[in-house]
Design a protein. Structure first.
Length: 307
């Protein structure tokens, strides 16, 4: 069976991490046993990154015909230098790629390119938080969703950019090869928490994770997945084969807060999200491990005020 093909579309002044983050996911997938055939295309012969790095071995658009099994990823570019005089060099190719039924993805400001082609008309989408309002104003026929890592609308994905390109790429790998394999890829990349599109661009799930202590990451993952039940330090300590006292110390060193503070913060954020999406308050309280709806209301309200 031939490997899946991933085609990276590169504008001039592309943001390097928007491109490299997603590329690395599919490259590492191959290292872990699931190969992807990676191609790099551009409407320009020698595109360059916004940081000044130039690219070679980039294929012209005319040499690559997209089919329905392909993934096309358009990396974000420096929007202030985006040359709209060149629209006819690339718009027909991207529209044709979408018409085949291929998966079309934008990272960061590349959502502006998808919007310009009309591919996002009538669809939900997102981009980097600094550009969501501008995207909505310039293209009123689309629906920009703020504060989401990535948004799926049929086979079109738009992401918030920078590191969220990694999250989107991992999601696409998981669609094809399952969660267990994707966890292996993420672990190889030292990405211990794969976020999905429902996570916000600034989330407590991602805060206090800027460490590389795998025991503490394992504890944090367990907490996030088991908020509906009572969680004890003893139980967490058994999980990672560390004494409760030592776990308490190591957790504070790694995250800057106590285990109790972390549990409370995650419970409050999950409750806030579930309430916002219309779930009944009694069910939310149960799912988030609160003893009563009044306790939950009080704590969630306190978090909203503090934020």
């Amino acid at each position: 069976m031939k490997p899946n093909r991933v085609i990276f579309f590169i504008f001039n002044n592309v943001h390097l991490l928007d491109l490299a983050g997603a590329v690395t996911v599919f490259y590492e997938s191959g290292c872990c046993g699931k190969n992807y055939d990676l191609h790099y295309v551009s409407p320009y012969e020698h595109p360059g990154a916004s940081s000044g790095l130039g690219f070679t071995n980039v294929e012209p658009l005319s040499s690559v015909t997209v089919n329905r099994n392909d993934i096309v990823i358009v990396a974000g570019m420096e929007i202030q230098k985006w040359n709209r005089a060149d629209d006819q060099l690339w718009m027909p190719w991207l529209r044709s790629a979408a018409a085949t039924g291929a998966t079309i993805c934008s990272i960061c400001t590349a959502a502006f390119a998808l919007a310009a082609t009309g591919l996002l008309n009538g669809k939900n989408c997102t981009t980097h938080w600094a550009w969501t309002k501008a995207l909505q104003q310039q293209y009123p026929q689309i629906k920009v969703i703020e504060n989401k890592l990535f948004v799926q609308s049929d086979r079109i994905f738009t992401s918030a950019g920078i590191a969220t390109g990694i999250d989107l790429a991992l999601y696409l790998v998981e669609e094809q090869h399952g969660a267990a394999f994707t966890h292996t890829v993420a672990k190889d990349m030292v990405v211990y928490l794969r976020r999905d599109g429902m996570d916000s661009q600034d989330s407590v799930y991602l805060q206090n994770r800027q460490h590389i202590d795998h025991h503490i990451h394992q504890v944090q993952d367990f907490i996030i997945k088991n908020l509906h039940q009572k969680i004890t330090i003893g139980e967490l300590a058994e999980l990672v084969f560390i004494s409760p006292r030592n776990l308490t110390r190591l957790f504070k060193i790694a995250t800057g807060i106590t285990i109790g503070q972390y549990i409370q913060s995650v419970r409050q954020e999950k409750a806030k999200h579930l309430l916002k999406t219309g779930h009944k308050i009694a069910w939310v309280a149960c799912q988030c491990g609160y003893n009563s709806t009044s306790q939950m209301r009080k704590l969630v309200r306190a978090r909203s005020v503090n934020n």
